[in-house]
Ligand binder design. Structure first.
Ligand SMILES: [Zn+2]
Length: 368
């Protein structure tokens, strides 16, 4: 072979190394890496999906007849729990809504307090669904008679009778009680401590933060009206927190905000403090007599749900709450917009948690 000049050597090297056809090899490599990543991620997602308790909450719209009312359907790892049952005039709406969602058995019905817009659908529900247990602190006759917001003893008698007729267990709401749903509790068996600890970042629990009887309360002069006997319920799912506040008013609102401020864990309500929550069920339908700004400053995070009919929401009775939110949005402690969801404007409001890491809210309609 004769001596090669540099240009000939270059072209020979290029043809031997065949650089251009190596491009598809790069593409094959990239595709392989992407496929492996997708495979690992889907294995991880499947693992998390199978080992994580599921949670969603639907604030059912029970304001269709222009009445205020609460009815919150919770799915805690496959177990249906209902917090409050709406006003009596919304009973049929509530029943149809639950049937439409294929609810057949309710593990728990929790009545936060003895007002008709919270217990109203209970007897009709007991007639139509299989219910394992009802949690309800009935007021005494004396309390009922002096209640300024109204209290109907004959309704309460009918509920007691229905509970007996349908042989549904009646249980008291007690501050500090905690129900763990981290592993499936569908057979009534809750998780052991070891099981819960193995799911430490994906825990799912329902906790009664506050439940007093209206006579022996920590607020003010030691007595309150029925609104201030509302049970306050906290759901924790992984990193997320959802707070239900019944109809608590100023007195207990102030007490619970102070309790957070003082970090006082050793009085009636043991357990961790709450802090800002991801979704707050606003107390008292966002209407007058609700807690003051200190309460909302403690708990309001990104989203709030308001169980008010449209007429109430657009009336002056909700102005105080709207003003509080405006102040908080501009406060350095929060400094972001708060999303308001209102049953009267949005219909059913569904909050779905994804593995306790993040959540999404979907509404049935949007009239604004
Ligand atoms: Zn109410």
């Amino acid at each position: 072979m004769g001596k090669l000049v540099p240009s000939q050597l270059n072209s020979l090297l290029n043809s031997r190394l065949n650089l251009k056809p190596s491009l598809p090899i790069c593409i094959v490599f990239v595709i392989t890496v992407i496929t492996i990543i997708i495979f690992i991620v889907s294995i991880l997602i499947t693992y998390i999906a199978y080992t994580t308790p599921t949670f969603y909450w639907i604030s059912l719209d029970v304001t269709k007849n222009d009445v205020q009312g609460d009815a919150h359907l919770l799915n805690l790892n496959g177990n249906f729990v209902l917090i409050d049952t709406g006003h009596m005039v919304e009973s049929d709406n509530l029943i149809n809504n639950l049937k439409k969602r294929n609810v057949q058995h309710l593990q728990k019905i929790i009545i936060t307090h003895a007002h008709i817009d919270h217990y109203g659908g209970l007897t009709t529900l007991l007639k139509n669904f299989s219910v394992k247990e009802v949690y309800f602190n009935f007021p005494t006759k004396a309390q009922c008679i002096k209640e300024p917001w109204g209290c109907n003893l004959s309704d309460l008698d009918k509920i007691q009778q229905a509970l007996q007729t349908f042989r549904v267990k009646l249980l008291p709401l007690r501050a500090g009680d905690k129900f763990d749903y981290t592993t499936s509790a569908s057979n009534g068996k809750y998780a052991s401590k070891e099981e819960i600890n193995s799911h430490i970042y994906r825990k799912l629990s329902l906790e009664i933060i506050y439940a007093f009887d209206g006579i022996n309360t920590p607020a003010g002069d030691g007595t309150t009206d029925l609104n201030d006997t509302s049970a306050i319920i906290l759901i924790r799912h992984g990193f997320l927190k959802f707070l239900f506040t019944g109809d608590i008013n100023f007195k207990i609102g102030r007490w619970i905000a102070d309790r957070e401020k003082d970090g006082d864990k050793d009085k009636e309500n043991k357990g961790e403090l709450i802090g800002k929550v991801d979704v707050l069920k606003v107390p008292h339908h966002a209407a007058t007599a609700l807690p003051d700004i200190n309460f909302f400053n403690r708990f309001v995070g990104r989203d709030v749900i308001i169980t008010a009919p449209l007429k109430l929401w657009e009336s002056n009775r909700c102005q105080q709450f709207k003003d509080i939110i405006t102040i908080l949005e501009n406060d350095s402690n929060l400094n972001h917009k708060v999303n308001l969801y209102i049953n009267g404007a949005n219909g059913d409001i569904k909050v779905r948690s994804y593995a306790g890491y993040f959540y999404k809210i979907k509404v049935e309609k949007n009239i604004y």
